[in-house]
Write a protein that binds this ligand. Structure first.
Ligand code: ZN
Length: 242
């Protein structure tokens, strides 16, 4: 089975279309949350994801978009964008966001999906080997997929802990019996210094994972952010990948 793993789209429809356009034929699309927030096209992104048959989990921005109190913890730009988002999505979309599960194990798969981390799915940032090691007991599958940091990352089980590795930009990561926590990076607001959309492809038959980057029309999203009256910094950061 060939699976595309995408995360942190953040209402960036141009970025989502660019990724979906290069995927080729996949058997499933799994998303790791934060479909909305920050960006200018929340409704279009949720409609497109649903239309593509994607399944996934709830991030802090989805929780807030669905009416949850995660909004109280947002930074000022995130808060302004979320108030704007809430006013622009329809009721089925609000229900979709609120109804996303915190964790998901797709039937028959060896993967647990969570936005932040398996032990604290909505909010924890899984960004160090120490945090990764503490999360090992929190999922029962061999592998776990997380987003939230917007940075492609690999944590691999070693004797006595978890080792942090840079996600390979060339080549592939073997899915063997060692436990892994993988982050695909962000589709709609990358923060690793590379502004291109990031995603992960998993081939469960061949037993490997590969990371990919794709250019999208950043200027179009920035123009839509400006036209919507959203905080200008949310547009500027897209060019920087920060
Ligand atoms: Zn995010």
């Amino acid at each position: 089975m060939r699976v595309a793993v995408i995360s942190d789209i953040h209402s960036n429809i141009a970025a989502l279309e660019a990724v979906l356009g290069v995927l080729g034929s996949v058997d499933a699309i799994w998303h790791l949350g934060d479909t909305v927030g920050y960006g200018p096209e929340p409704q279009a992104v949720v409609d497109r994801l649903s239309g593509a048959g994607a399944i996934g989990v709830r991030g802090n921005h989805d929780d807030a978009g669905g009416g949850g109190d995660s909004i109280d913890l947002f930074n000022p730009d995130g808060y302004v964008a979320m108030v704007w988002t809430r006013a622009r999505i329809d009721e089925p979309t609000r229900r979709y966001l609120a109804g996303l599960p915190e964790r998901l194990v797709p039937p028959g798969s060896a993967f647990t999906l969570a936005h932040g981390s398996p032990r604290d799915p909505i909010w924890e940032y899984l960004d160090s080997p120490e945090v990764a090691a503490k999360n090992l007991p929190a999922f029962g599958t061999t592998y776990c997929l997380v987003g939230h940091t917007h940075v492609p990352l690999v944590f691999r089980e070693t004797r006595g802990g978890m080792k942090q590795m840079v996600a390979p930009s060339q080549g592939r990561l073997a899915l063997d019996d060692r436990r892994l926590i993988l982050n695909p990076g962000s589709v709609g607001q990358p923060r690793d210094g590379d502004p291109r959309s990031s995603y992960l492809l998993i081939d469960t038959d061949a037993g490997h994972a590969t990371w990919h980057r794709v250019e999208y029309d950043i200027a179009a999203t920035q123009a839509a952010i400006a036209a919507a009256g959203l905080p200008p910094r949310l547009g500027r950061r897209l060019s920087l990948g920060r």
